[in-house]
Design a protein around this ligand. Structure first.
Ligand SMILES: Cc1cc2nc3c(=O)[nH]c(=O)nc-3n(C[C@H](O)[C@H](O)[C@H](O)COP(=O)(O)OP(=O)(O)OC[C@H]3O[C@@H](n4cnc5c(N)ncnc54)[C@H](O)[C@@H]3O)c2cc1C
Length: 383
């Protein structure tokens, strides 16, 4: 019998276990992969401050991001990040997060899949255990959460499909091709409109480069196009094929990102707490999900120990990172619509070219209704 059982050893699960164990609860994390991160290959860009509940001095990052570049339709804007951003490999990151939860006293068992939760009974493919409280941190494919009735399955119109590739060669070659110094990293965010509208990213690891895209499932279906074909076309048009020429393809993965989530889904019921991607707190345009996952996990860990299911939703809304992601959801939903991505790419590139050419005859009238609607949604989110 455990006080707290955490399903999933990703960022949300480890943060929940860290908090629960630190508060003295008998805590166990159940992870289906051979080790934390094994099911979450390659990596991401994270804001170090978001992980402040962990001992970030030993954070195993690949490169510190010294430049962030935004790229769309031939326009590129580069800036120096205000916060400390790093590119991390998920295997190393997830292992490190889990090891800190273990050091705080949590037990981690791997190669074990939770099949269902029935009150205090947690049924796995290797037998049953009992838990007073259960934190579901199983990621976007949240089968246990769905079967427990806390949320429903994602519909295509609420789902962003991602495909990602990692190319490796050597540290020197990564530095040379991206104009980077030793240990220096870059993250690029793309917006593209062909063959269908979507967002992309490029991250730098020590000796490799990750490139990936996210496209709305609804667009894939309506255009009858496969995500891997979109990836190929985007790589070709953005010059990624040239950039990684001679590198070897080390990883290929595909995953979904929920576009909907809390508060449309309940965050807690009885002894069950939902957290991280299972709760739908990832931003499907910026791909920022690890910060919201650890923050929601940490809160879930504390409230599970104190048996405060009723306070969970209001506590989530009190965290700025989470409340911002949640309040921006109606705007993000709008921006993910094909017609809006296309309109904004073309409006921004028109604005910049008219500025550089000195011809300021920009026609915003055609987009007045769109701009007003989205400005109102933004105002509502930040007010
Ligand atoms: C292509 C792509 C790029 C991204 N880039 C970024 C980025 O740059 N920055 C960022 O912050 N976020 C990024 N994200 C989002 C980020 O990956 C997620 O938001 C984050 O991993 C969510 O953490 P989590 O702990 O909720 O879920 P996950 O990381 O998915 O972890 C869930 C864990 O639960 C385990 N599990 C699942 N079901 C069971 C079960 N039944 N029994 C036992 N174990 C189970 C899984 O094996 C997994 O280890 C990206 C996502 C994608 C798809």
């Amino acid at each position: 019998m455990y006080d707290v059982v955490v399903v999933g050893g990703g960022p949300a699960g480890s943060a929940a276990a860290l908090r629960a164990a630190k508060l003295g609860a008998k805590t166990i994390v159940i992870e289906r992969g051979s080790e934390p991160g094994a099911k979450n290959v390659s990596g991401a860009m994270i804001r170090v401050n978001d992980l402040s509940m962990f001992d970030v001095k030993s954070l195993p990052y690949e490169r510190e991001v010294s430049k962030v570049r935004l790229s769309f339709d031939g326009v590129q804007i580069e800036m120096k990040p205000k916060d400390k951003l790093v590119n991390v490999g998920r295997l190393k990151l997830d292992r490190w997060l889990a090891s800190q939860a273990e050091s705080a006293g949590a037990v981690l068992i791997t190669k074990t899949t939770v099949l269902k939760v029935d009150g205090r009974r947690i049924v796995t493919d290797r037998g049953e255990i009992e838990g007073e409280r259960v934190i579901l941190a199983e990621g976007a494919n949240a089968l246990v959460s769905i079967n427990s009735g806390l949320r429903r399955e994602l519909k295509p119109e609420e789902t962003v499909q991602t495909v990602k590739e990692v190319y490796s060669l050597s540290k020197d070659e990564v530095n040379k091709r991206l104009g980077l110094g030793e240990q220096e990293g870059i993250s690029v965010r793309y917006l593209f409109s062909n063959p269908i509208p979507g967002a992309g990213f490029l991250y730098t690891y020590k000796d490799s480069i990750a490139f990936g895209i996210g496209v709305h499932m609804r667009s894939l279906i309506s255009h009858r196009v496969r995500p891997q074909d979109v990836l190929e076309e985007v790589k070709r048009s953005l010059g990624i094929n040239e950039l990684v020429k001679g590198f070897s393809l080390r990883e290929y993965s595909a995953k979904i990102i929920p576009e909907n989530g809390f508060p449309a889904w309940r965050a807690c019921s009885g002894n069950l707490f939902l957290t991280g991607d299972a709760l739908g707190v990832v931003n499907p345009i910026t791909f920022n999900g690890i910060g919201p996952a650890v923050i929601s996990g940490y809160i879930a860990g504390e409230l599970a120990v104190n048996d405060q299911c009723g306070s969970y939703e209001s506590s989530l809304m009190m965290e700025r990172t989470l409340s911002q992601a949640i309040k921006l959801r109606p705007l993000v939903k709008e921006l993910l619509k094909e017609e809006n991505i296309r309109a904004y790419i073309s409006m921004t590139s028109d604005a910049l070219s008219s500025w550089t050419s000195g011809d300021l005859s920009l026609d915003l009238k055609a987009n007045l209704w769109r701009l007003t609607k989205h400005a109102l949604l933004l105002l509502e989110a930040i007010s």
